[in-house]
Ligand binder design. Structure first.
Ligand SMILES: [Zn+2]
Length: 372
């Protein structure tokens, strides 16, 4: 019985960007309560002296949902990459998200592919107090993702959580009570065909004359009627009730433009998120976590190239790493692509491996605050 072990030395290095696939749309429906609370929070915020907000450190609990048999998890290494990208998106906002404790794995097929009602059950059962709860599943009610007021959590489709996807940035906008830029036009289209539209007096004018009390009620987000996924720039011919052609801003995360078009929140949206955080979600504000990058590490046992004798009891061991609070051990039978992830706070792991197989190991030290 022979097991050829080899491994690479890696530091934590994520946060690459690229483009994602076009997604189906978001399933968030903010209730009138959210709109009222946002109005109130913005009024309170406007009364406060203006100054640079400090960076806000906000914990996120990631719930990784698989089937009843534990299949289909979103990769742990991808979960870190997702939070890194989220933090890049939120740099101008001044929010720095970090992982609250371990990834939480849930084995439940009816949560893995769920409808809105079951999704809220999942949240009621698993939400952790004092953090933002995000569930990564196979199919969240047929959408790329949603925030639900009743569940007070976000569900994300794992296929909409790849590199360059802006779904999580968008849904967390809803979590801080931001409406869509096209608010009021939800359901107005079948595909890109207009089938129904809000009353003319509720349609935001292109000239901004009613921007403060229509649609998202922000005046630095232009009139946007597009409640379907659209590629930028907008080439359609929709116009407002005065006949002025709309020119929606595809760079805004809260629009439905394609992910690769998006890259910002407007200043009023940023102020609104701070207002919501201060007024209704101040329990999320935490001291700065350790954001230092962990040092490199390596497996010291078994040594590289070892031929292991007992396949049922293979001990992996590594030195503790400064600034690391957990470790990700990736064990891959060569040539199979069936990577196994072991996610642990220990500095050892005992594996049960297959006989007559060569394995490659990767060990990553992780720091839950080092997600930028
Ligand atoms: Zn949305």
């Amino acid at each position: 019985m022979k097991y050829l072990l080899s491994y690479w030395l890696l530091a934590l290095a994520f946060c690459a960007t690229s483009y994602a696939q076009v997604q189906s749309h978001c399933g968030t429906e903010l209730p009138e309560t959210a709109r009222q609370q946002l109005r109130y929070a913005r009024q309170q915020y406007a009364l406060q002296p203006k100054g640079q907000e400090p960076t806000r450190y906000i914990p996120i609990k990631l719930h990784i949902v698989g089937t009843d048999t534990g299949a289909g998890y979103f990769d742990a290494i991808e979960a870190y990459r997702l939070i890194c990208e989220l933090n890049e998106d939120y740099i101008p906002v001044g929010f720095h998200f970090y992982l609250a404790g371990d990834l939480h794995y849930i084995d439940n097929s009816s949560y893995y592919i769920h409808d809105f009602g079951i999704g809220e059950e999942m949240m009621a059962e698993n939400n952790v107090d004092g953090v933002i709860n995000v569930y990564i599943v196979q199919d969240p009610a047929g959408t790329c993702g949603y925030f639900t007021w009743g569940g007070d959590a976000v569900a994300i489709n794992k296929s909409c959580a790849g590199e360059g996807s802006t779904t999580l940035a968008h849904e967390l906008g809803h979590y801080f009570f931001l409406p869509h830029t096209f608010s009021g036009w939800e359901g107005a289209f079948e595909g890109a065909t207009l089938v129904d539209e809000p009353p003319a007096n509720e349609q935001e004018r292109v000239n901004g004359s009613n921007c403060a009390n229509t649609a998202d009620e922000f005046c630095d987000t232009p009139a946007d009627y597009l409640s379907y996924r659209w590629d930028c720039p907008y080439n359609g011919n929709l116009s407002d009730p005065t006949g002025a052609a709309i020119d929606p801003d595809e760079t805004l995360y809260m629009s439905y433009s394609a992910d690769e078009c998006q890259g910002r929140f407007s200043n009023e949206q940023i102020d609104a998120m701070h207002a919501t955080l201060n007024e209704f979600r101040d329990y999320l504000i935490q001291p700065q976590p350790n954001t230092e990058q962990p040092y490199n590490t390596y497996l010291y046992y078994p040594p590289n190239g070892t031929l292991v004798i007992d396949p049922d009891h293979v001990l992996f061991s590594w030195r503790p790493v400064v600034n690391a609070d957990r470790y990700l051990l990736l064990v891959t039978p060569n040539g199979t692509g069936e990577r196994v992830e072991i996610y642990t706070t220990d500095t050892f792991y005992v594996a049960n491996l297959s006989a007559n197989t060569n394995y490659t190991m990767k060990l990553l030290p992780l720091s839950s605050g080092n997600t930028l």
